[in-house]
Design a protein around this ligand. Structure first.
Ligand code: TXA
Ligand code: MG
Length: 691
């Protein structure tokens, strides 16, 4: 009977009937080799096949097999004693496995054949390694030579954590002293099989590995796995020189018999550490100590060499080595907490912005990490706009669906050119008038901007913020920064750093804490692809101001109305109620006196039904409401700038008071009022009462 490798789900005896050499290059799992013919015989058969005919080749093969049959049969009888199903395979599930299968069947034995043979298995290995690599989060342990990563991984394994010891599979210690004390390495194919089997057997969504370079002696780590490791979580293990030399000595000097081998290896370091050091190390090793040797090699060779590689990563978390067990416990705890990032908090208020302060954040951006930074509109959650991996981290940090495109932030006009395929006259006029500032323009994108940034659109949104920190951060990072508002998906945009710290600690690489956002509402998003500029999202730059510059312009007709089922908005962000606090919001508009009356009536009713009530109003009206409600003011009525700047903070403030429902007054929909009403209407889920 034929069976697919994938469908083998019980314990079986695998029998590889190919030649010893084919078997040695790589086989399926723990298969035993029962060759039908031998290596040199295979060459003869192959040559006959090519140079004469398939018939001649078959005849020769038959002769070879018949000579070996008694031996083969004995081997099969021996294997049958294991009382498990016998499963045969050859190179492609063809002649060799089929003929032995027929023979054994005719002799009354029950056997199976793997469909497609070893080749089909290789196919499964390659495909599945790719799939599993994509599916799992790789938690990668980094640290200088001798911090005992292998011991920590062993401890993690003992705690039942999923671990793949890649060096162990390759039988190669990629670090100090190469392969001293280890066995010969597997073939590349076998190495790949081992990786696959190891991945397959891990039930968790994450898996621990040690940081490795691509090559481990004669083995090469598959690209898909390297990529998955690179885009996984990165942990740094910190240890003292003393701890490290103890570990190294324990590892390499354990057996008396290794001394000679180590001395031989030391010769390789002569050109790096000099004759004197090699002599010191030789005597140290021969006397059976080794600590001196470990220290010399770490300080003079390994640490400097590793520094470059270790500086390439933005580490998610750093652990100080205690014992391997306690360190492993701490790591397991970190996993349980959801693998938070060790968020760097940088205080940089406008009066005190130095490059020294911003540089660590800029470095994180350059390394592909996320950084929250202040802008004049709202705080942004940024990452290198030119790196897809980095941009993906934004979506993860926000918990935002990736069908919502991001705004790319630049600090100077030169940076615009490579990002877009065309700059229209209208665009030039608008940039001239409003950049740097709260205006986001939609351009046709260039090839440099990935579809991950634009969520599949052929256009890209670009803004040049007018904020000294945002501007300097972009300059120091050396790349455009893609950044949505720094709120968790579904919450109001953050306008102060405390909100960001509350929401984003553990989710981003750094938070730059600055002052309260001046405008407090997100930028105006303007589509300039058509005859007339269209405001897709009203914001800090008003339509009136835009008209003054280009003579025309209108609001998108889909603004401030609910989208119909399945309707695709021009600006995909418009389909989310971004601005809602936890509490239900009801907007009441109309003549002030009547609005106050209506809100008072609604508030009383809600309170009677057991709800905690909030009222969002203006300074002039605070007194008009019963102080038993939670009353918060957006500032002076008519002072739209203050009202706008306070809106999101005030909505969040109601959440802090745990109110269930907020009754809010509105503003006139003129100028900046349009943006304020747009956010209020969204916060209210389009539930507006006109009186
Ligand atoms: O003020 C702001 O704009 C802030 C700060 C950080 O710059 N950023 C911001 O980003 O509000 P975000 O991602 O929260 O909102 C971006 C809006 C979304 O409504 C999105 O749909 C729209 O811009 N958008 C982005 N790219 C677009 C495109 N190519 N076409 C149409 N709309 C786009
Ligand atoms: Mg947003």
């Amino acid at each position: 009977m034929k069976i697919k490798y994938e469908n083998l789900n019980q314990s079986v005896v695998l029998i590889d009937v190919r030649t010893p050499q084919e078997y040695a290059e790589g086989t399926i799992g723990e298969a035993v080799n029962v060759p039908l013919y031998l290596d040199d015989q295979r060459i003869v058969v192959g040559t006959a096949y090519k140079q004469e005919s398939p018939e001649v080749a078959k005849r020769i093969a038959m002769k070879y097999v018949s000579e070996r049959l008694p031996e083969i049969y004995d081997a099969i009888l021996e294997l049958e004693k294991e009382e498990k199903p016998l499963v045969l395979f050859c190179a492609r599930g063809g002649m060799r496995s089929q003929s032995l299968y027929q023979l054994l069947k005719s002799l009354g034995h029950e056997v199976w054949v793997i469909e497609g043979g070893y080749k089909a298995y290789r196919h499964v290995v390659i495909e599945e390694t790719i799939r599993l690599s994509e599916e799992k989060t790789f938690v990668v342990l980094h640290g200088n030579t001798g911090v005992g990563k292998t011991y920590i991984l062993n401890a993690l394994t003992n705690f039942g954590e999923p671990v793949i010891d890649i060096e162990g599979l390759a039988k190669h210690r990629g670090s100090m002293l190469g392969r001293v004390g280890l066995m010969p390495q597997p073939t590349q194919k076998t190495f790949e099989h081992l990786i696959y089997e190891a991945l397959k057997n891990q039930a968790e969504k994450y898996v621990f590995v040690e940081a490795e370079s691509k090559r481990l002696g004669r083995n090469t780590i598959p690209d898909c796995l390297l990529y998955a490791m690179k885009s996984g979580k990165h942990l740094w293990i910190e240890a003292t020189l003393e701890q490290r030399s103890n570990i190294l000595v324990h590892e390499y000097m354990a057996e008396e018999s290794h001394k000679e081998a180590i001395c031989e290896v030391l010769e390789m370091f002569r050109k790096h550490v000099g004759n004197e050091s090699v002599e010191t190390m030789r005597l140290d090793v021969l006397s059976g100590k080794g600590h001196e040797t470990a220290k010399i090699l770490m300080e003079q060779y390994y640490d400097p060499k590793y520094e470059f590689t270790s500086n390439q990563y933005a580490y998610d978390w750093k652990f100080k080595l205690d014992t391997p067990e306690t360190t492993a416990k701490a790591i397991a705890e970190w996993i349980k907490k959801g693998m938070p990032k060790d968020t760097l908090l940088i205080e940089a208020f406008e009066s005190d912005i130095s490059d020294t302060k911003l540089m660590p954040a800029a470095k994180l951006i350059a390394m592909g990490e996320t950084v929250v930074f202040p802008t004049e509109t709202v705080y942004g959650l940024g990452a290198n706009a030119l790196s897809e991996d980095a941009v993906r981290k934004i979506y993860v940090a926000k918990g935002r669906p990736s069908d919502n495109p991001l705004i790319v932030h630049i600090a100077d006009l030169e940076s615009l050119i490579p990002l877009v395929s065309e700059i229209s006259e209208t665009a030039k006029k608008l940039m001239d008038a409003f950049w740097p500032g709260a205006l986001t323009l939609i351009f046709p994108k260039s090839d440099q901007v990935s579809l991950t940034v634009t969520a599949g659109l052929s256009t890209v949104a670009i803004r040049m913020p007018n904020h000294p920190i945002a501007k300097r951060l972009i300059e120091l990072s050396g790349c455009p920064i893609a950044a949505p508002s720094a709120n968790l998906s579904g919450k109001p945009s953050p306008t102060d750093y405390q909100t960001v710290v509350d929401d984003m600690t553990g989710r981003v690489g750094a938070i730059i804490c600055g002052s309260h956002a001046k405008i407090g509402l997100e930028s105006t998003v303007l589509d300039i692809s058509g005859e007339e500029p269209v405001v897709l999202r009203p914001g800090g730059v008003t339509l009136e101001a835009i008209r003054e510059v280009v003579g025309k312009g209108r609001y998108d007709e889909a603004l401030n109305r609910k989208l119909n089922d399945g309707e695709q908005p021009k600006s995909p962000g418009m389909k989310y109620t971004h601005y809602a606090p936890e509490a239900e919001v009801v907007l009441v508009t109309g003549n002030s006196e009547r609005v106050i009356e209506k809100i008072t009536a609604l508030a009383k009713k809600a309170q009677e039904s057991g709800k905690k009530v909030g009222i969002m109003t203006f300074d002039q009206h605070v007194e008009a409401f019963d102080p038993c409600f939670t009353i918060l003011s957006l500032g002076t009525e008519g002072d739209l700038e203050t009202n706008g700047a306070r809106l999101f903070t005030t909505l969040r403030e109601f959440d802090k008071h745990s109110v269930d429902v907020v009754y809010s007054e509105g503003v006139d929909s003129e100028g900046l009022g349009k943006a304020i009403m747009n956010r209020l209407i969204k916060a209210a889920g389009h539930y507006v009462i006109e009186v």
